[in-house]
Design a protein around this ligand. Sequence first.
Ligand SMILES: NC(=O)c1ccc[n+]([C@@H]2O[C@H](COP(=O)([O-])OP(=O)(O)OC[C@H]3O[C@@H](n4cnc5c(N)ncnc54)[C@H](OP(=O)(O)O)[C@@H]3O)[C@@H](O)[C@H]2O)c1
Length: 261
Amino acid sequence: MGAGEREEEGVRVAVVGGTGSVGRPLVEALRRAGHAAVVVSRSTGADVVTGTGLDGALAGVDAVVDVTATRARTARDAERFFATATDRLVEAGRRAGVRHHVVLSVVGLDRAEGGPEWAGKRAQEERALTGPVPATVLRCTQFHDVAAEVVALTREGEVARVPPLLVQPVAVTDVALALVETAVGPARGRVPDLAGPQTEDLVDMARRTLAARGQHLRLVPTWRGVPYGVEMAGEVLLPGRGARLMPTSFDDWLLDDWRAA
Ligand SMILES: NC(=O)c1ccc[n+]([C@@H]2O[C@H](COP(=O)([O-])OP(=O)(O)OC[C@H]3O[C@@H](n4cnc5c(N)ncnc54)[C@H](OP(=O)(O)O)[C@@H]3O)[C@@H](O)[C@H]2O)c1
């Protein structure tokens, strides 16, 4: 081992948003790999917007992984959330001597305007990459439950609307593994996109998810009244060149989802 290098063992990582759908498997994956995970969220007494509890939560931490999310409904509110949160996190990180700040972001952010969350994610990336703690931004594609989420949002009686999108979904557990590797390694700025093994069609994913769950709904492919606009059509949501493809396929996930039901 050269001077200044660290063993990638026993790293202390703060998972900000550690109670969320990415945060929970990330905390588990860190602990399984022999690292210490500190769960940071409002329910554990820390708030990234007000800054309450952050200094205490980051004491002795080597790396921070930001997997927070906001329900802000406007681009302005989402930008305010992620900009404030990132500024507070990296400032608290600098005070605590954190050596690596990691942001989980979304593939396609620079190819389309997107909804409110995307405006916030762009602010988050920019603040992290220009902040006082060396940072890495890892963008990933949608998770395997994206079609189920769209159906839950658009369902009216026995009918649900689904946009005919191309996606390359990734398992949240695979994202967690990639975040562990990223967090315990050195800061690398922007890194290649992370995605699942193959491209899928969202309407087909919705159909297969419903079939696996024994649900019968009529699906209407449309760009109207759905959470993704037509600007997301084509290859906007697909991973870029040199992307890292993780192994768990949509069919693998469906089988696990069905077994867990
Ligand atoms: N879903 C996808 O397909 C997808 C794809 C690519 C990237 N991502 C990114 O993944 C990230 C995580 O998403 P997710 O689905 O895991 O979100 P989630 O399940 O909604 O979890 C959000 C987490 O943030 C915490 N949080 C929210 N406001 C907070 C505050 N003011 N202070 C401290 N903690 C706060 C929540 O905990 P408390 O409520 O206890 O505070 C929770 O732990 C998002 O940034 C998203 O952009 C998602």
